[in-house]
Design a protein around this ligand. Structure first.
Ligand code: B12
Ligand code: SF4
Length: 454
């Protein structure tokens, strides 16, 4: 079988220096050698021609669902079967089966070889359910990324799942409350073989428990790599842990602060974050050990008032954050936040990820504390101010001297200016490829038709 893996881009357009999409390294590693494998990442290279292939395999997130469906329609019209996996088909299998010959709910490891066998014999089943994995021996095959224009940051996975259960997050809907980790020695061996450069641990929360975390940090020390991870705010509660992370090469930590407003945190089921004074303490402790902080925030909860934006701006600048993501709440299907807003009738008629009028960076539901336009404008103003040249420089060179070496400074500047450049490129872009009009009507027809209709 000739298999073409396709990573759809949210807008059908390329991005500058994205990260390698790790799911495809797993799929390529799981593919038996008798099959031919081709890989096309629309985030780095436009998907122009219809590729010659026997099977198309797409990884689909909610933000890329519309584009993935457009691509799928094109191939299915040519009689080429399409398989979809990833978060969106897992959360909304009924929708995804309308656009694919087969979908995978959950993880690929146990079911991918079976799917290839069934595809070869022309008897694909509409739904395969990947059982929960124990993560030992996963074959990450990165050769498919060779020669492509990816950025200098390489993704690595230690574990899957998160021990928390925030209201807006789809991670628990995907993994349940289970957290599993790879054997540390396998992670260390993989890192030893990677190209030089910065590493990004894709785990939703690298800080799960003391034993696994300490073992990982100790294995990282001799590798002398610089890395970033995502972790909950309590990662900084223990000074010994921070010291160990710094020794292990931690450059920065992405922390989901989400909001400086306690009422919003309560509503998100994230009251354990506690709010601004804890955030300031966390950032200070990490800065003391030379670790930078990337804060992420969500706006649009019913408790958000116009004052939250100014409070957030003050915190970010005072704390000299390395980076910040100011996200609009785009409720993900399957999450309690989505269900509540849906029951309250606050979305439009079509699912927002399919609706051609939806825009990245524009609210997809009626907010309670302000108008849609005000919410969009305030979030945009925050981004513009945080990534202004003045803010980038003052965060680096302000009172705390958070960036301590020339190489650290060059990475800080490179990433901040990349984010600055990216801001306007994706903002207000519609989902999917706007020029793909034939596929648009196809999507509407297929969405109205019976499951499995091309
Ligand atoms: C790294 C990452 C990014 C990187 C992407 C870089 C890259 N090229 O991968 C960056 C920082 C750019 C990013 C951006 C965003 N992200 Co992101 N990201 C992640 C993260 C942390 C890890 C993804 C990863 O590598 N996982 C490791 C691989 C091995 O796992 P996997 O992709 O899930 O694949 C497995 C299965 O899903 C399945 N599978 C997946 N694809 C396929 C395909 C087939 C054919 C098959 C059979 C199986 C299969 O098998 C794989 C192995 O078991 C996830 C969190 C998570 N838990 O996944 C969020 C996540 C994917 N991101 C998310 C979101 C919302 C975003 C943003 C919209 C955030 C924002 N507001 O800007 C943007 C969108 C960007 C865009 N343009 O599309 C959500 C998506 C939710 C959803 N329902 O779709 C997630 C799940 C986080 C969350 N907390 O909810 N993200
Ligand atoms: S801590 Fe982060 S990854 Fe975990 S459930 Fe909350 S938002 Fe999701």
């Amino acid at each position: 079988v000739k298999i073409t893996f396709i990573n759809p881009s949210m807008t059908g357009r390329t991005r500058r220096g994205p990260m390698e999409p790790l799911a495809f390294a797993v799929l390529a590693g799981l593919t038996p050698p008798e099959h031919d494998v081709a890989f096309h990442d629309e985030c780095v290279e436009p998907l122009t021609a219809d590729l010659d292939t026997d099977l198309v395999a797409l990884s689909v997130h909610t933000f890329t669902a519309r584009r993935a469906y457009q691509i799928a329609l094109r191939y299915r019209k040519r009689g080429i079967p399409v398989v979809m996996g990833g978060h969106h088909p897992t959360l909304l299998p009924e929708e995804a089966t309308r656009f694919a010959d087969a979908i995978v709910i959950g993880e690929a490891e146990a079911v991918w070889p079976r799917i290839l066998l069934d595809a070869d014999q022309g008897r694909l089943k509409p739904v395969y359910e990947g059982p929960k994995e124990d993560l030992a021996g996963i074959p990450f095959d990165r050769r498919i990324f060779e020669g492509s224009r990816y950025g200098p940051v390489t993704p690595v996975q230690f574990g899957r799942g998160c021990r928390f259960n925030c209201d807006f997050c789809s991670v628990n809907r995907f993994f349940g409350t289970r957290v599993v980790q790879r054997p540390v020695q396998e992670v260390a061996e993989e890192i030893r073989e990677l190209r030089p450069g910065h590493i990004f641990f894709v785990d939703d929360n690298l800080w799960v428990d003391n034993d696994g975390f300490t073992e990982l940090m100790e294995a990282l020390i001799p590798l002398k790599r610089r890395w970033t991870c995502q972790a909950s705010v309590d990662v900084a509660d223990d000074p010994e842990r921070i010291r160990l992370m710094a020794r292990a090469g931690c450059y920065s930590i992405l922390i989901g602060f989400e909001s400086t407003a306690v009422a919003t945190l309560v509503s998100m089921k994230k009251s354990w974050n506690q709010g601004t004074s804890r955030y300031e303490d966390t950032v200070r402790r990490l800065h003391d050990h030379g670790i930078l902080v990337y804060g992420t925030f969500v706006f649009g909860y019913d408790e958000d008032t116009p004052e939250v934006f100014e409070a957030c701006r003050r915190f970010c600048e005072r704390s000299q954050l390395f980076l910040a993501a100011f996200n609009l709440l785009m409720p993900l299907p399957g999450t309690p936040t989505f269900e509540r807003l849906d029951q309250e009738g606050r979305f439009g008629d079509e699912p927002w990820w399919i609706d051609p009028s939806s825009r990245f960076g524009y609210p997809v539901f009626r907010p309670a504390g302000m108008s849609k336009q005000e919410l969009a404008d305030q979030v945009r103003a925050l981004k513009t101010r945080f990534y202004s040249r003045k803010s980038i420089l003052s965060r680096a060179f302000g009172t705390g001297h958070i960036v301590r070496s020339p190489s650290s400074l060059s990475f800080y500047l490179m990433v901040n200016f990349k984010y600055r450049w990216d801001l306007d490129r994706a903002l207000l872009a519609p989902f999917g490829d706007r020029s793909d009009t034939s596929a648009l009507s196809g999507i509407c027809d297929a969405a109205a038709g019976p499951p499995g209709a091309p």
